[in-house]
Design a protein around this ligand. Structure first.
Ligand code: 5GP
Ligand code: ZN
Length: 111
């Protein structure tokens, strides 16, 4: 199985990473839906949130703290962090990712 986000995480697919550490990478979305639209992903291939388990607890927590770090780095006071779990929710890439979006008003409830 080829996974585009695994390729971005391991460097085999070229992408300008804006953050990386041992467990997580972040990069700009190819098709941004807000002035700032970042994707935060684990290096580990997890297809979607519901495929994560207890062993991934620290990793999932770490992703949230990376989001906080990016908010500080990009000086974002207001942002939306969202993951789409499953096709019906809008998931198009089967590798867990969190959209971090900022720079415009967001509707609630989300559309
Ligand atoms: P989903 O619809 O699965 O929640 O989000 C997938 C996101 O990945 C979309 O916003 C899409 O624009 C982005 N995307 C898909 N392929 C690539 C790619 O090759 N590079 C980058 N940077 N973003 C991608
Ligand atoms: Zn993957």
């Amino acid at each position: 199985m080829t996974c585009i986000f695994c390729g971005i995480a391991d460097g085999s697919i070229k992408s300008q990473l804006i953050y990386e550490d041992e467990h997580v990478v972040a990069f700009k979305d190819l098709n941004p839906q807000a002035p700032t639209h970042l994707l935060i992903i684990p290096r580990k291939h997890i297809a979607r949130l519901c495929e994560a388990d207890e062993k991934d607890a620290a990793l999932l927590g770490h992703i949230l703290l990376v989001a906080k770090k990016l908010a500080q780095q990009f000086d974002l006071k207001d942002f939306r962090l969202v993951t789409n779990n499953g096709k019906g929710a809008g998931q198009s890439v089967d590798h867990l990712h969190f959209h971090m979006m900022a720079g415009r008003r967001f509707l609630w409830p989300a559309g």
